[in-house]
Design a protein around this ligand. Structure first.
Ligand SMILES: NC(=O)c1ccc[n+]([C@@H]2O[C@H](COP(=O)([O-])OP(=O)(O)OC[C@H]3O[C@@H](n4cnc5c(N)ncnc54)[C@H](OP(=O)(O)O)[C@@H]3O)[C@@H](O)[C@H]2O)c1
Length: 232
């Protein structure tokens, strides 16, 4: 089952996946930043046939800064990046716990490991990491797992859609979406609770976690000021 807002694109993706893998793929168009969209998907997660693996992947970024952005845009981002993750995880877990199997993968980000001047995006992703670990601790005894998947820069439509510039990002720091998925599923099979695909980003997150806070503030402020606000 695939969820996104663009019904035509969803139907085309479902058809090509079904043809490539010989499996039934059901498109479920829904806007997860709305009450109705979340309720529709949550309803499906609580119904039969059971869902073995929920991937909370839908998420958006936001250009600009906390000082200048419209608070409505920050709230819309957090409704999708945080509230939808909470609601869908809580809808999926009870049937999984009752069956004694299942997993939830919440797509967070390397950005969730530390602060970054800009928008509420890193704070939302920090929440996703903590929430996934906390939920995992509550369900692991029932044979169910919750994992936070934390990629670095991935080549997708994410940055263009958010109006975030990427021209300063070195080529070597870009990951391919297929590699992130493969690494994430391998980490899920290994029982990891927080997955950071790629050795370079494991080094980055280790520095973010262990560096003295004052040093980290200087580093992320310098990185933030070097990044172009928009590609031209
Ligand atoms: N790309 C990166 O560098 C990067 C790095 C770290 C973490 N991430 C995280 O990875 C996840 C996936 O992002 P991506 O890079 O694949 O971005 P993307 O290419 O922009 O894809 C986002 C997906 O989410 C769907 N979506 C957006 N808003 C939605 C809504 N309101 N309701 C339902 N579906 C919605 C989009 O489909 P529709 O527009 O049709 O709804 C699309 O399928 C996000 O959580 C993001 O924060 C990305």
């Amino acid at each position: 089952m695939l969820v996104a807002r663009d019904a035509d694109r969803l139907a085309a993706t479902a058809a090509s996946l079904a043809a490539a893998h010989g499996r039934a793929v059901t498109p479920l168009p829904a806007d997860l930043a709305t009450e109705a969209g979340c309720a529709a998907v949550a309803g499906r997660l609580a119904a039969d046939p059971p869902v073995d693996l929920l991937v909370n992947n839908a998420g958006i970024g936001l250009a600009g800064s906390l000082l200048r952005n419209d608070v409505a845009d920050e709230c819309r981002m957090l409704r999708l990046n945080v509230e939808a993750v909470l609601r869908l995880t809580l809808a999926a877990l009870p049937p999984m716990v009752a069956r004694g199997s299942g997993a939830v993968v919440n797509v967070a980000s390397v950005a969730g490991f530390g602060p970054m001047p800009g928008t509420a995006y890193p704070a939302g992703k920090a929440w996703v990491i903590n929430f996934s670990e906390s939920a995992h601790l509550q369900v692991r005894a029932h044979g169910v797992r919750v994992m936070a998947l934390c990629p670095g820069f991935v080549r997708t439509e994410f940055h263009a859609r958010a109006g975030l510039g990427t021209t300063g990002v070195p080529d070597r720091m870009w990951l391919a979406a297929d590699d992130v998925v493969a690494a994430g599923l391998a980490d899920l099979a290994r029982g990891r609770v927080v997955s950071v695909p790629d050795r370079r980003y494991r080094l980055v997150t280790s520095v973010m976690r262990h560096a003295p806070r004052s040093l980290l503030y200087r580093w992320v402020s310098a990185v933030g000021s070097r990044r172009p606000k928009r590609d031209t």
